[in-house]
Design a protein around this ligand. Structure first.
Ligand code: FEO
Length: 671
């Protein structure tokens, strides 16, 4: 009989029995267990799989004493050797000022090697990251302590809301904070750097290590003098006895300041946002792949796909620098170890696919350490990516002329976030950009950065118009601190630009791919007419829907198909609420005509419309014959649409005698 060996991942996909149930507060703290390796033997002839579990206690390489230690479940019969670390008893709650709800906070530590410890801040109930990213299972913020022979290093911290818990936990790992020599800041978003200021109060002599952009951001956050060390690719910190911490810049994963660190002795790679997941469990590692996977892939889709080219560049750099991505210490969610090869492979595969599928390329020029340029540019990029375009993010403060020429040469669309007015180097780069554009062949979008000293956008746009570039729309203005509504505006403008660049090719592809008979037959499947409305903070949106169908009795659930490039899609993440307004046979024309209009980015879809808020805040239209208030349960990827399955949690009928509007088509090539 022929046998082949498959990965733990293949096994995980077919046989899931994780030891969540035995996550043991009974377990002795830092209880160390044998390290288990799973080998799955698959019989080709029978397609049946059996498992061989080999317990190994003997290190097999020189670095083996630095390899991850496991403190695992007590249940040896479980298929997974889940590691849960030490959960600290001092849990607290954080009150969300937006809704008054209490969110549970907890910390956990685990020794990854004899001298490297992870401190995980478990934000069990966090339900959102920015406007576009709904969280289903909270998240974690991971911080790492390395006690080298001569130097002690802290890699990243935690979110401010964890201040008390994190500082107590850090003190339990590093008794005397003054022994911390270096604080590595992988990325300055506050979920990782929010407590650097507090750590510096306890360790005032520590040197903060980061990229140039990172330390410039950090100055604003810390707002007092501290020791700094700017590092670039190839730089190392000596930790003692030949051990080094090596740095690998990874711009745009997820901000321009991001860098990875790699411990040459333990072979642990610290990658901050990259390869993470917003998935809060007590499991330190990635054993339970089936449960992790939806969060891992959704995280990639939201944060990394707009930066697919940067993902591939970072992977190439790691390979060239001898950085092993076998134990990947992420900034969010579980550490990748048991399935790291496959999960890193997914990043590569998904990024290559995103670039291959791209119907057009858009170069987004921003200035990393200026105003809100970085965040607003990411919103535009997200909007562009929804339309199957590739995005190249280019930082005007660090790029060179050659990169500008290459990225502009490849692009059919250009986005320029207004740079600071008085920076000579950046002005030189703008000159290169103007010289590189292709008159008559490219579209451009110019936007403000809200940095206080923006180059005025209208004259900037006029310069591009004079040399023959067509604007996708008037320059975007941002005249106060960005809110959900501002990010929505920038994202929608990105989507509009992408649609403009890809619509012809998409129509051509659709016609070629569809059999005329099948399209006519499918057109006979009828639907209703509905207006879906949704609201998050200051962002609200609406769309006409006709692909709506009941899907379950218990719970009362139904599906709606939403095109991936619809603006409202960002407000319909798992856990989000929305309203389905049913239109009547006699009164559907007016609301349908209104909501079918092509609204400019950020436009108020409800201006002149009579509505009142449902309990979730989303609009119930006065023109509706009935309404349902719904919560999104799951989303299925249907290539160019999301099929969104939702539970109806409330509803009402305003006119019992009215019939629901029906929607008939002759062919399935349009809505
Ligand atoms: Fe997890 Fe970009 O911060």
């Amino acid at each position: 009989m022929t046998t082949t060996t498959t990965t733990a991942r293949a096994f995980a996909a077919t046989t899931t029995r994780c030891c969540f149930s035995s996550l043991s507060s009974r377990r002795p703290e830092n209880h160390r267990r044998r390290r288990f390796q799973k080998t799955i033997v698959v019989s080709k002839s029978s397609s049946e799989s059996t498992e061989e579990t080999a317990a190994t206690t003997t290190p097999t390489t020189a670095a083996a004493d630095q390899r991850p230690l496991s403190s695992s479940s007590d249940d040896d019969d479980d298929d997974y050797d889940c590691v849960v670390g030490r959960l600290l008893p001092n849990e607290t709650a954080w009150t969300n000022p937006a809704n008054g709800e209490e969110y549970r906070l907890q910390t956990q530590t685990h020794e990854l090697t004899r001298d490297t410890t992870v401190i995980r801040s478990l934000d069990w109930d966090r339900d959102r990251f920015d406007i576009e990213f709904g969280l289903e299972k909270g998240t974690t913020y991971n911080s790492y302590v390395i006690k080298g022979k001569e130097k002690t290093v802290l890699i990243d911290t935690s979110h401010e809301k964890f201040e008390q818990l994190y500082m107590e936990t850090l003190a339990s790992v590093v008794e005397d904070a003054e022994t911390i020599d270096y604080i590595v800041c992988s990325h300055t978003e506050p979920d990782h750097s929010g407590l650097i200021k507090r750590v510096l109060e306890r360790a005032p002599d520590a040197t903060v290590v980061g990229t140039k952009v990172c330390l410039a951001f950090l100055d604003n956050l810390v707002q007092k003098e501290f020791k700094k060390l700017v590092v670039k690719g190839g730089d190392v910190l000596e930790l003692g006895e030949g051990r080094q911490l090596k740095f690998i810049p990874a711009p745009n994963l997820h901000w321009p300041d991001t860098m990875f660190s790699y411990d040459t002795e333990s072979e642990l790679a610290f990658t901050c946002d990259a390869f993470g997941a917003h998935y809060c469990t007590e499991n330190v590692f990635d054993e339970d792949l089936p449960k992790l996977m939806p969060h891992f892939s959704f995280y990639y889709e939201c944060l990394m796909k707009p930066n697919a080219r940067s993902v591939l560049t970072a992977l190439r750099k790691c390979e060239a620098d001898g950085v092993k991505l076998s134990t990947v210490c992420t900034g969010h969610g579980p550490i990748l170890q048991r399935n790291s090869e496959e999960l890193i492979g997914d990043y590569k595969k998904w990024s290559e696919k995103a670039l291959e599928k791209a119907k057009a390329s858009v170069a987004v020029f921003y200035t990393a350490d200026y105003g809100f340029s970085d965040r607003l540019s990411q919103s535009v990029a997200r909007g562009v990516v929804k339309t199957d375009c590739e995005v190249a993010m280019v930082d005007l403060s660090t790029c060179d002329a050659q990169q500008i020429v290459e990225d502009v040469g490849r692009a059919s669309g250009i986005v320029l976030l207004a740079p600071p007015n008085a920076n000579e180097d950046i002005q030189d780069n703008i000159g290169v950009l103007i010289g590189a554009v292709k008159p008559g062949k490219q579209k451009i979008l110019v936007c403000e950065s809200y940095g206080g000293d923006d180059e005025p956008v209208d004259p900037l746009m006029r310069k591009f118009a004079e040399i023959g570039l067509q604007e996708s729309q008037s320059p975007l203005k941002c005249q106060s601190t960005p809110t959900e509504g501002t990010y929505q505006l920038y994202e929608e403008a990105g989507t509009d630009l992408g649609q403009l660049l890809t619509q012809k090719e998409k129509l051509k592809e659709m016609k070629l791919s569809m059999s005329a008979d099948v399209a006519r037959a499918l057109g006979r499947v009828s639907g209703g007419l509905y207006i879906v409305t949704a609201l998050q903070g200051t962002a609200k949106s609406a769309m006409v829907a006709s692909w709506v169908a009941q899907a379950s009795f218990e719970p009362l659930g139904f599906t709606i198909a939403v095109a991936k490039d619809r603006a409202i899609e960002s407000l319909m993440q798992v856990g989000d609420s929305f309203v389905l307004n049913c239109l009547s046979e006699d009164g559907f024309e007016a609301p349908m005509k209104h909501f079918l209009k092509r609204f400019p980015p950020g436009a108020d879809r409800f201006e002149g419309v009579d509505w009142k808020p449902a309990s979730c805040g989303s609009p119930i239209l006065a023109d509706a014959v009935s309404y349902l208030e719904c919560k999104v349960v799951s989303r299925m990827d249907a290539n160019d649409h999301w099929v969104i399955y939702s539970e109806a949690i409330d509803g009402g009928v305003f006119n019992k005698d009215a019939k629901t509007a029906s929607h008939f088509r002759k062919v399935a090539t349009y809505y």
